[in-house]
Design a protein around this ligand. Sequence first.
Ligand code: OXD
Ligand code: MN
Length: 598
Amino acid sequence: MNTPSLSQPPNEIGSHQPASEIVRKWVAETAAHTLPDRIFWCDGSEAERKFLTEVAVADGVLTPLNQEKMPGCYFARSNPNDVARVEQFTFICTPTEEDAGPTNNWAPPAEMYEKLRGLLAGAMKGRTMFVVPYLMGPKGSPLTKVGVEITDSIYVVLNMRIMSRMGLDAWAQLGESDDFNRGTHSTLDCNPDRRFIVHFPQDNTIISVGSGYGGNVLLGKKCLALRIGSYLGRTQGWMAEHMLLLCVESPQGEKTYVAAAFPSACGKTNFAMLVPPAAYQDWKITTVGDDIAWMKPGADGRLYAINPEAGYFGVAPGTNRKSNPNAMTSIARDTIFTNVALKPDGTVWWEGHDDPPPPECLDWRGQKWTPDSKEKAAHPNSRFTAPMANNPVLAPEANDPNGVPVSAIIFGGRRATTMPLVVQAFNWSHGVYLGATMGSEMTAAAAGTVGQVRRDPMAMLPFCGYNMSLYFRHWLSMRKQIKNPPLIFSVNWFRKDKDGNFLWPGFGENMRVLEWIVNRCNGNARAHESAIGWMPSFKDFNVEGLKGFGEKEFDEVEKIDREEWYRELLQQDELFFKLYERLPKEMVFQRELLVSRL
Ligand code: OXD
Ligand code: MN
């Protein structure tokens, strides 16, 4: 058999697509500047996937895993200097610095275009330039957007094929229109000194250079669906949010849709695929999305949401049959694993896997690893890329162009103290304040100091494509478009006692919190007013079958400690000071009301 080669693709694979003149012109200009050896037009077909996978294997980009145990699964390693999103090299190049706001890196657009042009000159010499047309959102949805990513990475193509609706449908939706996201990515020499993830929201353009890591290079995800999306949402009257979307189906068959924002690596994917505990056997949770929601007011006065993605780019460590059985099923086939550990039998492992540590394996860098090794076997931010169709509890609504009506919005973070298990905002403005003041202990999804609490409004700090103060204003103003707004809640699964033990079991038991939330939305649950919002009393909260968790434990996990709250307010002020110039007055009023209630 001949080695598969991009210079000799079989049949029609990689040849010209029904792309419009506008697209062809842009592609030709980019090629004339980056000088690739060839241009490969992706069509998203199965034949193409097979061919590109063979090429990626022949080139050593992908390693086939044990095809008997893990059919259709492959493994990849990134450059060890390139394992997470790089917020310090992520730029929002709006016309003025104020448009980007004090929480984003900014550079003048013309200057940045010039610099990137320099870096991209001849960058694809000796390489193939892939043109990847894709849809973010279900085909035919009014919320769906077209993107075209030009990339010199076959790994990007194969991941984009899982994460988005990649292929000819994108050309069909685009037609002759100029309204598409232009994404250009080149890995260059994968040097952190030449690594920039740059957004030009006013041009609907993204340029990413010097990285091969998912969050920096799968341009449909964080770059388009959140940073550019949030900017477009503000100008077009919709919202792009870092939220999972799930459906709670009660024993009576009533469906309630919930959106939830948590900072990276707080268990969003686990929550989106939650398996209810035994006491809830007649309840069902299905997943609409695990990371991003695009939401728009519907004609009936409710807020409708779609998941723009088609796959899961999830954190592997900690994923197991207990924490997320549905994810384990989702990644059993047709999945790309990045930076996990490789076992001698051609399967994969990570810290927190169901299987015990292997006596010997290759760590994420490809070096021999044994349980005595000091380093971790899998990188803490190692990932799986899995098609959402593999999810056994995928909500059919995930493909519904109309989206789902959202009844509840949840904000959450990883907080050892202060924040109770669950509290409901008094109203929309108070809910916006709860979201705006969210904080979380940092994790490995972004390069930085693990463990520190950082303010992460609406979990959007690294993903808001414009001035965060104006983003709060947009949230507040959306209320006018939504006659029946979702109720807003704040949750914290991670509160600890003074010995450092978690006060709440989390995982499937979070269903109990969801039940209260859903019942609140449907007018079926009581709450009492506290200084920080509406809270359930013990008798309003279902603990049937929850061992070792009684009223005392409940009171502990719901406790409002005034000292902790005064400290919290001071910490929140740091963010508000930073944003002060354009901060909506409502945020200051909400703060003052909270102080007076406390
Ligand atoms: C992600 C993140 O990868 O939020 O989803 O970092
Ligand atoms: Mn995310």
